[in-house]
Design a protein around this ligand. Structure first.
Ligand SMILES: [Zn+2]
Length: 149
């Protein structure tokens, strides 16, 4: 029979102890397939790990695949593998916003930051110091409003 969610997770944890791992049983989506009839599972696994930094995608997938290859195809019929580094995962979920000075129209872009004033690219507006002022007109943070760009 197919491994349980926890059995799979345990396997991946051993190989990727530092990773953020998500395992999802998608077997119900494949009812009627040959493998599913025999009791094998379809799974989706997402692994976010710094160790992927140096690896091309094919090697990443191999690494994940090898973790459970002894269960294939009898217990695991198919594995949908998603691999990301922390940085790639960040890009996938991050939505940068922009803030406009209501007095002069100057725009603070979170993605760009303001390196001239020691505000690194990627600094969220809420993380900009509260005593920071608009470089154009000197207005305070309370005079800025979020804008869609
Ligand atoms: Zn301003």
């Amino acid at each position: 029979m197919k491994p349980t969610h926890d059995e799979l997770l345990e396997r991946f944890r051993q190989v990727f102890p530092e990773a953020a791992i998500e395992v999802e049983d998608e077997s119900h989506l494949h009812v009627g397939h040959a493998g599913a009839e025999a009791g094998a599972g379809h799974f989706r696994v997402q692994v976010i790990d710094a160790k992927f930094n140096e690896l091309p995608r094919i090697d990443r997938h191999q690494l994940v695949y090898n973790t459970v290859s002894d269960w294939m195809p009898k217990r695991v019929h198919a594995l949908n593998i998603i691999t990301m580094t922390q940085e790639e995962a960040g890009h996938a979920v991050t939505q940068w916003r922009s803030w406009m000075c209501l007095l002069c129209g100057w725009i603070y872009d979170e993605a760009a930051g303001l390196p001239d004033e020691d505000i690194a690219p990627g600094t969220r507006w809420e993380d900009v110091p509260s005593d920071w002022t608009c470089p154009e007109c000197g207005a305070g943070k309370e005079d800025f409003d979020m804008v869609e760009v």
